[in-house]
Design a protein around this ligand. Structure first.
Ligand code: TA6
Length: 313
């Protein structure tokens, strides 16, 4: 079983306006919809589309949980979130205009989660986990009110069951996550640059920091480089992935969809090349959707044929 943990989920209101966003002008909305937000939930949606059973868990405010659960079930995901009484799941805005230069994400901080609630959550999750083949995905940062110590303690408690962990986090939470030696991390170039204190923009920049990456003690380190594709480090090997060029409708959630493909490949013992090909194709398909989650499974094999994976070392 695969468990995705979203400590700070969201409901996204996705909006498109009729021209380039302009101050002082009536920017008319031409399209809007609600979607699930919060990263781990997006990983679950990818896994469900691919037909792999998974459980989406984390913390969800009580007040608008019905809408959140409905959106997840619409995407064939069974939510098992711990309810935060009296709280609301944050409602984020994903705004796009006719410039097609990418989305504006306007995000709330999220609910306060107490150490006691985290302890209860980790006990319940650890009781569910019963096989070392299970994978637990921590995707998306917790609410800023959660200390990195609490975050690390949660990860380590889960790891003590013997499961593999995949972590997609940033800033001090990425730093904490790396110290737990997870199975896989997926920072983007900015998150890794901040962590290493070195500027990482190109594939060549990634190759130059191979020894730093090996010192992290993480089995798979996947770095997303935006238009420059992605790079995966595994033991002494380095792989470069060139994603298919697609017409981007909404860039929100592409990284999360990519993680969904990586997790699927890891769980089903794919070769590194096949895992990267699947993940890259899913991320590209997500970019073509107006939503912030999901992808079009009908176009997956065509997109996979356009992905290039090269072993650099
Ligand atoms: O990665 C996509 C997304 O989860 C959106 O759904 C939106 O809710 C935003 O990112 C939330 O980002 P945050 O870093 O605040 O969890």
């Amino acid at each position: 079983m695969i468990y995705t943990v979203t400590l700070n989920p969201a409901i996204d209101q996705i909006i498109k306006v009729n021209a380039e966003l302009t101050r002082g002008k009536n920017n008319r909305i031409v399209k809007s919809l609600l979607d699930v937000g919060g990263k781990g939930t997006h990983v679950s949606i990818v896994l469900s589309i691919l037909g792999t059973p998974n459980i989406a868990t984390g913390f969800a405010g009580q007040n608008n949980k019905e809408t959140f659960d409905h959106l997840l079930r619409q995407n064939r995901v069974e939510p098992q979130f711990h309810v935060l009484e009296g709280e609301s799941i944050r409602e984020n805005l994903v705004l796009m205009d006719q410039s097609n230069q990418g989305s504006y994400m306007l995000t709330h901080v999220g609910s306060v989660i107490t150490t006691k609630q985290i302890d209860q959550f980790s006990k319940a999750l650890c009781q569910k986990i019963n096989k070392t083949e299970d994978i637990v995905v921590f995707s998306g940062n917790p609410p800023k009110t959660m200390s990195t110590d609490d975050y690390l303690a949660l990860i380590k408690k889960v790891q003590s069951t013997g499961v593999r962990t995949v972590i997609d986090a940033s800033g001090s939470y990425l730093q904490a996550a790396i110290s737990s030696r997870p199975t896989m991390i997926k920072p983007n170039q900015f998150e890794l640059s901040e962590f290493l204190g070195k500027n990482i923009i190109t594939v060549e920049d990634c190759v130059k920091v191979q020894s730093d990456i090996q010192l992290l003690g993480v089995e798979f380190v996947v770095i997303t480089l935006g238009q420059n594709g992605s790079v995966l480090f595994h033991q002494d090997n380095i792989y470069q992935v060139v994603s298919p060029k697609v017409n981007t409708v909404n860039d929100t959630g592409c990284g999360d969809a990519f993680v969904g493909g990586l997790v699927f490949g890891l769980y089903h013992d794919f070769s590194i090349e096949d895992m990267l090909t699947l993940a890259s194709a899913i991320g590209a398909s997500k970019a073509k959707q107006f939503t912030s989650s999901g992808f079009d499974v009908e176009e997956l094999s065509d997109l996979e044929n356009l992905v290039k994976v090269m072993q650099l070392k």
